[in-house]
Design a protein around this ligand. Sequence first.
Ligand SMILES: [Zn+2]
Ligand SMILES: [Zn+2]
Length: 253
Amino acid sequence: MARTALTRGWGRVLHLLLPPACVGCGGALAPGEGRVCPGCRTRLTEPSHPRCPRCQAPWGTGVPADRPCPECQDWPASLEAARSAFVLSAPADRFVYALKYGGWPEVAGFMAARMVALLTPEERSGPWVLVPVPTTPSRQRTRGYNQAELLAREVARKTGLPLEHALQRKEGGGTQVALHRQERRANVEGAFEAMDGAHSRLRGRPVLLVDDVLTTGATGYAAADALTVGAAAARVRLITFARSLPQEDDVHP
Ligand SMILES: [Zn+2]
Ligand SMILES: [Zn+2]
């Protein structure tokens, strides 16, 4: 842990000493460009149309609009819908990495602005509450922060929506990386629980769940289950910065 903290510390020192480089490509930045060059801003790709109205999985052309979506047909009703600003290809993956391992507030601000653009006028002004997907206590200690919380805080700052820490994640389960669909589901089943007091804060209210990446949705609906069952939230929609693309054989079964 000490080594991780030291590495992170050096990363921040270098970040301050070196001329600013684009988070997406490492290229030099002109003054006023923030942390992202114009080229990377153009290369960020939204999930293409036609796409699933519930989870935004790109469907490819010629697919009947009423067929069940292979990505979200098994999601429980507790997770009503999911939206992502971009697909998880270059350079969006570099932003996710930078946020996870660098934690720069400028990166979170840029990413959160794109997530705010996903919100409907009703969600921006209504009784919606932002809830970040928590990480395990040990990962939070090692990293020093939770990347989903950094994003949720920025979304809250930009919209004025309230942010509630309503969930906790149990230890164990390991990382979701490199797990297959069924394994991911088993890995997060029952991983979240509503915190003490979450019921009185969220009962009957609609929730915007915030995370950095959507992969299979398993994390999202495990968290949504805990919010609707444990905290009596009225409904849950997930917003993420990026989503991984479905496998080819999932898109064309
Ligand atoms: Zn760039
Ligand atoms: Zn879908």
